[in-house]
Design a protein around this ligand. Structure first.
Ligand SMILES: *[C@@H]1O[C@H](CO)[C@@H](O)[C@H](O)[C@H]1NC(C)=O
Ligand SMILES: *[C@@H]1O[C@H](CO)[C@@H](O)[C@H](O)[C@H]1NC(C)=O
Length: 223
């Protein structure tokens, strides 16, 4: 934060370019407000991302605003399916200045058409509880994701695992690293995208419940 402010002032002094500031916030629903913060070097656009998470048939929306690289602006819509009735869909809109106040982001409905790909899917707070089930990928979900991370809420770090069908664009964007979503420190430690077809795994039992997954992946997209 301080480093990026310094870089920002330096850029302004050297007249190497405008010092971009974006509103940074996150929240449930379709709007959030936060403070304006200078963007780190290389992040040359502001973005608004809206995610619809479906769990057990219930849809919830969340919003993130922040700085992105303009190359990330075309990433959406991003679709992910972790099996066990858990899917997320995210749309991103980039904006500058006042336009960010009026920009609205629409998340298109899920594309239910199978695309012929299959991925092992599960999500859990512990790797040994991630009971993979094979799922059929749909729409733009042409890659299999296998990611692990740590979330720390309070004092206890928890390891988490996410596997499933995802859009190619999220594979292009994913980077390991850490940050904070909704007061929870989330750190993505491994992330791997593969193309897998016809790989079937045995269902071993019920998986754990992890509602913060979408936030973690979105965080990587916006940080
Ligand atoms: C996936 O598709 C195959 C054939 O297209 C079907 O037999 C199978 O039941 C589907 N699996 C799931 C989990 O929907
Ligand atoms: C989050 O936790 C990781 C270790 O799990 C740590 O390296 C990182 O600095 C923490 N980030 C924040 C923002 O607290």
């Amino acid at each position: 934060m301080e480093a990026s402010l310094a870089a920002c002032i330096l850029a302004a002094l050297l007249a190497t370019g405008a010092c971009l500031q974006c509103e940074v916030c996150e929240g449930q629903g379709t709007s959030c407000t936060g403070s304006m913060r200078p963007c780190p070097a290389g992040q040359d656009s502001c973005a608004i991302a809206v995610t619809v998470t479906t769990m057990a048939g219930v849809n919830t929306q969340s919003i993130h605003k922040g700085c992105v690289m303009s190359s990330q602006c075309g990433a959406g819509p991003v679709s992910m399916n972790f099996g066990y009735g858990m899917t997320t869909r995210t749309s991103i809109a980039c904006c500058v200045g006042d336009a960010c106040r009026t920009t609205t982001v629409a998340v298109p409905p899920a594309d239910p058409k199978p695309n012929g790909r299959r991925c092992p899917a599960c999500y859990a707070l512990h790797a040994d509880q991630c009971a993979e089930v094979p799922i059929n990928c749909t729409g733009s979900e042409t890659r299999c994701l296998d990611a692990t991370g740590t979330i720390t809420s309070g004092r206890n770090p928890m390891q988490m695992v996410m596997k499933g069908c995802v859009s190619q664009s999220i594979c292009d964007q994913l980077q390991v690293g850490s940050g904070t979503v909704a007061g929870v420190n989330e750190s993505l430690t491994t992330a791997k995208c593969t193309v897998e077809s016809g790989a079937a795994a045995e269902a071993l039992g019920p998986a754990g419940i992890l509602p913060a997954l979408a936030g973690l992946l979105l965080l990587k997209l916006l940080s």
